[in-house]
Design a protein around this ligand. Structure first.
Ligand code: HEC
Ligand code: HEC
Length: 163
């Protein structure tokens, strides 16, 4: 009987501890991050979602191992245990018929570097790594330079004086 009450007692004690912790002022200014202005408890209307970019033009990768971004809309494309819409175009067997780029052999390799006949389970859920893009202003500044840009800057004549 006593043991049955133990979880409840613990819950009550922890509940009190948490309640005591959170006595911050509700109108404290919110940290200026992706949601600038307002207070911590204030709710804003979120900006509208943009459409997925759908230009069908493959984009340059920033580094060779980058999962390429998806250059077409994937709205309504189902990926679950029973079916994978992406593979109906991108699998080895279907890529020629659909003229879609074939998933590379890495997608057929399991974690022990064994090449399988079918897509490896760890590469089955495509959108874990590949994402569509939207034509919006980036939320944070990005100064990333590709290795080609870096090499060009380092070896071009104008950069001689700086080195
Ligand atoms: C109807 C066929 C079709 C389906 C279904 C499809 N794709 Fe594609 N995909 C293409 C074609 C064709 C291209 C080549 C560029 C283009 O025409 O959009 C492409 C390009 C890509 C690329 C760019 C490859 C690169 O090298 O830049 C990625 C990544 C991709 N698709 C991922 C996916 C994912 C993930 C799904 C499922 C959510 C999917 N695709 C479903 C036909 C398809
Ligand atoms: C664990 C992450 C991951 C998953 C899951 C994954 N990919 Fe990839 N994909 C990559 C990476 C990384 C690359 C680039 C390097 C390479 O080819 O392995 C790539 C490359 C590609 C390419 C370009 C191939 C080429 O040779 O240019 C296509 C198309 C593609 N993936 C489609 C898919 C589809 C369709 C699925 C789902 C069946 C999928 N990927 C699942 C990480 C992933």
């Amino acid at each position: 009987m006593k043991f049955q009450l133990l979880p409840l007692t613990l819950l009550a004690v922890f509940g009190l501890a948490i309640a005591a912790e959170s006595d911050y002022p509700l109108d404290a200014p919110a940290p200026d991050g992706r949601r600038p202005g307002g207070t911590i408890t204030q709710e804003f209307t979120p900006p509208p979602l943009h459409d997925e970019e759908n230009k069908d033009l493959r984009r340059e990768r920033n580094y060779p191992e980058q999962p390429p971004t998806i250059p077409h809309s994937i709205r309504g494309y189902q990926i679950d245990r029973n079916s994978n819409k992406c593979l109906s175009c991108h699998s080895r067997a279907n890529s020629a018929r659909t003229q879609s780029p074939m998933i590379s052999f890495t997608h057929y390799t399991d974690r022990d570097s064994q090449t399988l006949g079918a897509v490896a389970p760890r590469r089955y859920f495509c959108t874990q790594c590949h994402v569509p893009q939207q034509d919006v202003k980036p939320l944070v500044e990005n100064q990333f330079e590709t290795i080609d840009e870096l090499l060009y800057r380092e070896t071009s004549p104008e950069s001689e004086g700086r080195r």
